[in-house]
Design a binder for this molecule. Structure first.
Ligand SMILES: [Zn+2]
Length: 191
């Protein structure tokens, strides 16, 4: 799926998790960095694509994109598996640990979870596409929903637009329906 859909899916997944398991009081810094980590997690699996938006925005991104692509085994490989989530989760944990002394007001545990939620949402979304996702690497089987390939979504085509619009409509409805509650929560819990 495209980066736009993954961004929205990561945010939607984060919202859903928070609605189910409220996080309690958090600082504004934690909220902002968690949102950023969630968006990075939402697109990071596609760093294995030389043309990914992740690389396109860097000056020599095309070159690095191709090198990383070879290292990670090509598109929809290591970064699109639970093993990849574990690997990137570990690296992100180390990075956050390293950065935590300069971010005293940031709850790195929540930032880490926001990243993982974004990354898992990416894999879930890609599972609905024709290519499928090798969730259980090193077992080289790509899983897809529905199992019949022809019924799945083609990236960038009408099916994906429909998914994007449905997700946007759901988010708009959710925010509108719980608006007062959300504002109250932000007032009470973000310090
Ligand atoms: Zn992907």
């Amino acid at each position: 799926m495209t980066a736009r859909t993954h961004d929205l899916a990561a945010l939607t997944a984060l919202g859903a998790v928070i609605a189910i398991w409220p996080v309690g009081t958090i600082t504004l810094a934690t909220l902002l960095i968690a949102l950023l980590a969630n968006q990075i997690g939402g697109i990071i699996p596609d760093i294995d694509q030389p043309t990914a938006p992740f690389w396109r925005n860097l000056p020599v991104g095309g070159f690095f994109g191709r090198v990383i692509d070879k290292m990670l085994g090509g598109h929809r490989f290591l970064t699109h598996s639970l093993l990849g989530v574990g690997l990137f989760g570990g690296l992100t944990y180390l990075l956050l640990k390293f950065l935590s002394p300069i971010m005293p007001h940031v709850d790195v545990r929540l930032v880490w979870w926001a990243f993982i939620i974004g990354m898992v949402s990416h894999l879930v979304m890609d599972t609905f596409t024709k290519e499928g996702v090798p969730w259980l690497l090193p077992i080289p089987v790509k899983f897809g929903i529905p199992p019949v390939k022809s019924m799945r979504i083609t990236t960038g085509k009408r099916g994906e637009t429909l998914v994007f619009i449905s997700m946007l409509a759901f988010d708009a409805w959710f925010i509108a329906a719980h608006y007062q509650h959300i504002i109250l929560l932000i007032h009470q819990n973000v310090t």
